[in-house]
Design a protein around this ligand. Structure first.
Ligand code: NDP
Length: 282
């Protein structure tokens, strides 16, 4: 029977630690401000934005909300970001993605100052991660490192296999595992003998975006399995990239969906926001 890694509990611990840290900063006269921008009213985006604002309120971060109409031009959005880049009361800028099709996502990401890039998507943040410089780390992979560490899973010297090489999960995940001294293999849709490669893993991270693809035939006995995927199954229930029922009996530890990686993403966004108030100070 595997240890179930409880992302809900660990994310709550992190939020409580941040709340204390924010109270201390406030007592020393420093208030943290976060700008949350949403363009258009996509219902899923509105839920994410609402959750982010709620988390800010819980932790004690002042959030400024910009709910812009769908027809907002790219110029208007970039001008707002520029203004917020210069605003000393704002430490983190978050633009909820995706933006409407007439706005270039890349331009938006690159317009945010790397000093306020709490999502960690700016090319400078990504570059800083690969060469070990100061910068924000993409929230989902940063959350996975916290899940592993806080569950007592040692990374150093371990065979780590990441399935997926996206810019927001797979690639930063690989860099972070490397930073923790894991031996890292990154796999993708062109990888040959995927099962055999995955079976080498002491720590297997599934960020493949295919419901329940990773069953027991991909997993070594005793491996730690982290499931990044989020899908709705035929009964409208949430499931991951991992076939939990098949893998759980042979894994030593596993994250469930929901309640595993998912809650960590917002917790790490809040972490980045708190960091943003101090990271570039020294
Ligand atoms: P992407 O679709 O951007 O990337 C998927 C990756 O998996 C690609 O690198 C792709 O390879 C690889 N892949 C696809 N099919 C196969 C296959 N059959 N065999 C091997 N590799 C394959 O997804 P994301 O990284 O954005 O997200 C992955 C999952 O995580 C999704 O389910 C998403 O919903 C979820 N997610 C969850 C988050 C959370 O907070 N819990 C946050 C972000 C994402 P190639 O590059 O060759 O195409």
């Amino acid at each position: 029977m595997a240890q179930i890694i409880d992302g809900k509990k660990i994310s709550q611990q992190i939020k409580d630690e941040l709340r204390e840290q924010v109270a201390e900063l406030k007592a020393n006269g420093k208030e943290i401000g976060m700008a949350v921008i949403q363009v258009g009213s996509d219902p899923a985006s509105s839920v994410y934005v609402g959750n982010k604002k709620k988390a800010c309120a819980y932790i004690g971060i002042r959030s400024e909300s910009y709910e812009l109409p769908e027809e907002t031009t790219e110029e208007e959005l970039l001008a707002l970001i520029e203004r917020l880049n210069k605003d000393e009361r704002i430490h983190g800028i978050l633009v909820q993605l995706p933006v409407p099709a007439h706005i270039h996502e890349k331009k938006v990401i690159e317009a945010i100052s790397p000093k306020k890039d709490v999502d960690g998507f700016h090319p400078q943040s990504v570059g800083a991660l690969s060469i070990g410089q100061k910068g924000f780390v993409s929230c989902t992979p940063a959350g996975i490192i916290q899940l592993l560490k806080r569950s007592g899973v040692e990374i150093e010297g371990k065979e780590c296999v990441v399935i997926g090489r996206s810019n927001i999960v797979g690639k930063p995940m690989a860099m972070l595992l490397l930073r923790e001294n894991g031996t890292v293999t990154v796999t993708h849709s062109k990888t040959k003998n995927l099962k055999e490669v995955c079976k080498r893993a002491d720590i297997l991270i599934a960020a493949v975006g295919r419901p329940k693809m990773i069953d027991a035939s991909y997993v070594k006995e005793g491996a730690v399995v982290i499931d990044v995927g989020i899908h709705r199954n035929e009964n409208n229930k949430l499931c991951g990239d991992v076939d939990f029922d098949s893998v759980e009996p042979i894994a030593s530890a596993i994250t469930p969906v929901p309640g595993g990686v998912g809650p960590m993403t917002i917790a790490m966004l809040m972490h980045n926001c708190v960091e943003s108030a101090v990271m570039f100070d020294e």
